[in-house]
Design a protein around this ligand. Structure first.
Ligand SMILES: C[S@@+](CC[C@H](N)C(=O)[O-])C[C@H]1O[C@@H](n2cnc3c(N)ncnc32)[C@H](O)[C@@H]1O
Length: 216
């Protein structure tokens, strides 16, 4: 039987409603204001709440994040992770790392919960321990997304989660005529995870698309 789709406007209202399902804590609201000043695009409210739930259900203790930004996704992940969890987060912009530190301070997060690394993710990821992490979250340059995903799969323990933000490339992925570099890279990433025998994957509509893959 053919799937029934609601009209686009109804679908958009549902998406917008779902994005605001949870309320954000003051430290996250403050971080979003900081993001505007810095011109950083933090994860959406819906993605932030999903990250908290995914980190909680994975009982994540060792986490990696590519693209610290102002720390919205970092804090959301740590709110769900175990109380002793440590997040290794990478960003090549020192002022973004500094903004994230302010977010963690506002949230009264002990400094031992985060290991912040200023550097290019392509180089830093290669130095992290194979099979040493429960969750890898990717939210940086789409042009390198495939490389990050390959490294992410290497870093995960069995049952670990690979999560990629903006996996629908600002809703361009479903439009075959769009041949932008970033869209092509996200298509490549989608094929890679679908063809990888060690992964079970889902594409979620939160934010601008969230790809979630569990390693077997
Ligand atoms: C979309 S923002 C991340 C937002 C963040 N996840 C949040 O919710 O606050 C992307 C970040 O990735 C960083 N970035 C982009 N390419 C990178 C690379 N190759 N290595 C390290 N950081 C990178 C940028 O400096 C930027 O802070």
């Amino acid at each position: 039987m053919k799937a029934q789709h609601p009209p686009h406007s109804a679908k958009h209202s549902s998406w917008a409603y779902a994005e605001q399902h949870t309320e954000e804590e003051p430290a996250l609201l403050q971080a979003r204001r900081r993001a505007e000043n810095l011109g950083v695009q933090p994860v959406s409210q819906g993605v932030a709440s999903l990250l908290t739930v995914l980190a909680a259900s994975a009982r994540a203790q060792a986490l990696v994040e590519v693209g610290t930004g102002v720390g919205v996704s970092s804090l959301a992940l740590l709110r769900g992770a175990t109380p002793d969890a440590v997040l290794t987060s990478i960003d090549y912009e020192a002022d973004h790392i500094q903004a994230a530190r302010e977010t963690f301070r506002d949230a009264r997060l002990p400094s031992a919960r985060t290991r912040l690394i200023t550097g290019r993710a392509e180089q830093v990821l290669a130095r992290l321990t194979t099979g040493g992490y429960d969750l890898v979250f990717v939210d940086a340059e789409a042009t390198h997304a495939v490389e990050y995903a390959v490294q992410g799969i290497r870093l995960l323990r069995p049952s670990g989660l690979l999560i990629v933000n903006d996996a629908l490339d600002h809703d361009r992925l479903p439009r075959p005529a769009v041949r932008e570099e970033t869209t092509q890279r996200m298509r490549e990433l989608e094929r890679l995870v679908l063809e990888e025998d060690r992964l079970r994957t889902a594409m979620l509509g939160a934010g601008t698309g969230l790809l979630v893959a569990a390693r077997r």
